[in-house]
Every structure is written in structure tokens, then in C-alpha cells.
Design a binder for this molecule. Structure first.
Ligand SMILES: [Zn+2]
Length: 318
């Protein structure tokens, strides 16, 4: 029997006044931060544009995520070529979202693309995915005209995969649903660094619970914590930093949002009232965060309240 991968549909509803993150590739530069020998976070010069990664072995190099356009995919390879003379032979996608995968086509046939089976299954409708990302282009919509094909992963895994780079391995993990249903973690054991995509990041930034399901998300994070010994998170967006207190803070946040929405919904409170009442417990944005960025974080928080509410309505109706 062939089973369809469990792609969970992400909800498209957004709260009033929702602010999409600015992911336009115009003005984007990736700055390498060396985390260990041959291990680089490629950090966007402007938060929250997409970060990437490069892991170099004796034989070959791995790139993590490919950017929102083929142009970004080429920029990543230029940055990689300045850092190593080893050939890029592997590319891993942490999620199927276009800002992590539209650049896949810029990588040649000698590069093998990896992701979870669920992420690949979610890469089904390029036009729909482009429409979803337009809000994040902030008027630079024409950049997406360059995206005409969606190169899908060549190799997929269900829970665990491993890439041998020569003298170093990179592990690929899928712990269950999180931000999306196929979230993939790229973990380099000898450096204790994990590229986490949209699944989790250092303390201070709320997640986007696009499938609304806080209980599966919590379970997936606990599985990650029980399995991997991570010192440093490099998230798909925002700042790199320590895995703790990021992990425990996110667990606190998810449990708080779930319990608060459930209790208030039971009491008949409207979701609009919840936006004002439910705090961001567990998430403490770093001091000095610009007001515009704080507004974005509050917007994510309202999204999480709304989608958790909708998910609970679905559970109630089932
Ligand atoms: Zn993203």
C-alpha cells in the first residue's frame, strides 16, 4: 500500500492588520558568520529576510536553503565560492516555502537537493505558492517573475537522513509538524549547530503557527530536544543564537497560547478580545528591538492566537 505523505494544510486566514514579513530579495546581502571550521551561518543583512548556511567537508559542501529567487540562489553560491574551494554538491530545504526553495533552480544538476518527504509533497502548486509570497515582496513583486520552475527535492527522508561531506556529516531530521507539516532540521553534530528553518529559533521571536496545532508542535520540539545536542540555532529568519533558552521559551509560549485560547474559547470570549488579553509568555524580545520589528512580532502573536482558535474549532467539530 502506498500512503500519501501527511501534508497538513496551512491556514490562509490572517488577523486584521496582519503584517507580512519583508522577504524581498532587493538589497539582500548574505554575510558569513563562522561558527566552527567550515561551518557558516549566512546571515541576511536585513532582518527578517532569509538566512542560509554552508557546511564544508573534505570532499564537498552543503548549502542550506536557496532563497526566494534563482538570483538569491546564485548569490548564495557566490558567497560559498568565496569561503571554500570545495564544490557545492548538496542543498537542503528546511521547508517547502518559496522563500526557502524558489532558488533551487539556480543550482546545477551536480547538486542533489534534500528535504523531508512531506516538504516535497507540499511543493505541488508553484503559482499558488508565488501568490502567497507576494505580500512579503513589499511592492517588489516583479522579482518573482524570475521564478518559472520549482525544482523539487531529489532525495527525501521520513525522519532521518545523513549526508557525508568527507570527514564530516550533516544530519537531516523531521520531528513532526511545527511551523509547517514537513519542517526539516539540518544538524551538524561535530559543531552542535542546527539550521532550524521556521521550526524554532533563539529566544525572543514568536513562531508562526501556520497549521494552528500547538500540541503537535510542542511534541515535535520535545522530540528534537530529546534527540539532538544543539548549542546554536541558525533560524531561517532573525538572529542566530543559543538553543537555550530558545527551546524552553517556545515550549512555554505554545503551552500558554494553547491553554489560554482553550480556556477563553470555552468561556465564550471572542478571538478579537483574545488578541488584547493573551500575553507572549515565554517570548522575551531582546532589548532595543526597533518598534517596527516589535509590531511584526505582535502580528505573529495575533496570527498564532487566531489559527490556534480555528484549529480548536476544527477539533471541536470533528
Ligand atoms: Zn521563510
Amino acid at each position: 500500500m502506498i500512503c500519501e505523505p501527511p501534508v497538513i494544510h496551512e491556514m490562509s486566514e490572517r488577523p486584521p492588520g496582519y503584517i507580512a514579513p519583508n522577504l524581498s530579495p532587493l538589497g539582500l546581502e548574505l554575510h558569513p558568520h563562522q561558527l566552527d571550521e567550515g561551518v557558516y551561518a549566512l546571515m541576511a543583512n536585513e532582518v527578517p529576510k532569509d538566512n542560509n548556511g554552508l557546511v564544508v567537508g573534505d570532499r564537498a559542501a552543503l548549502v542550506i536553503d536557496s532563497g526566494v529567487t534563482p538570483g538569491v540562489g546564485r548569490h548564495i553560491q557566490e558567497v560559498a565560492a568565496r569561503l571554500t574551494d570545495k564544490p557545492v554538491r548538496y542543498l537542503a530545504n528546511t521547508t517547502y516555502h518559496g522563500d526557502h526553495t524558489f532558488g533551487n533552480t539556480a543550482f546545477g544538476p551536480e547538486v542533489t537537493v534534500f528535504s523531508s518527504r512531506v516538504n516535497k509533497a507540499a511543493m505541488a502548486d508553484l503559482d499558488a505558492e508565488k501568490r502567497i509570497r507576494v505580500d512579503s515582496m513589499y511592492g517588489d513583486d516583479a522579482v518573482l517573475d524570475e521564478v518559472v520552475t520549482w525544482r523539487k527535492p531529489d532525495v527525501v527522508f521520513d525522519r532521518f537522513g545523513e549526508i557525508d561531506l568527507g570527514g564530516r556529516v550533516a544530519q537531516l531530521w523531521h520531528f513532526g509538524p511545527g511551523n509547517g507539516s514537513g519542517d526539516t532540521i539540518v544538524y551538524v553534530p561535530d559543531a552542535k549547530v542546527a539550521w532550524t528553518g521556521n521550526f524554532i529559533g533563539p529566544a525572543g521571536i514568536p513562531p508562526m503557527m501556520l497549521i494552528g496545532d500547538p500540541s503537535s508542535y510542542t511534541r515535535s520540539i520535545r522530540a528534537m530536544r530529546a534527540t539532538l545536542d544543539i548549542d546554536t540555532f541558525v533560524p531561517g529568519h532573525g538572529f542566530a543564537g543559543p538553543a537555550e533558552p530558545g527551546t524552553s521559551g517556545l515550549l512555554t509560549y505554545l503551552e500558554h497560547v494553547a491553554a489560554s485560547v482553550s480556556r477563553r474559547k470555552e468561556a465564550g470570549e471572542s478571538v478579537t478580545a483574545m488578541y488584547e488579553e493573551i500575553t507572549m509568555r515565554g517570548i522575551e524580545p531582546p532589548p532595543g528591538v526597533p518598534e517596527g520589528f516589535m509590531a511584526l512580532l505582535r502580528s505573529f502573536h495575533r496570527l498564532n492566537i487566531l489559527l490556534t482558535y480555528r484549529w480548536m474549532e476544527g477539533v471541536d467539530a470533528a
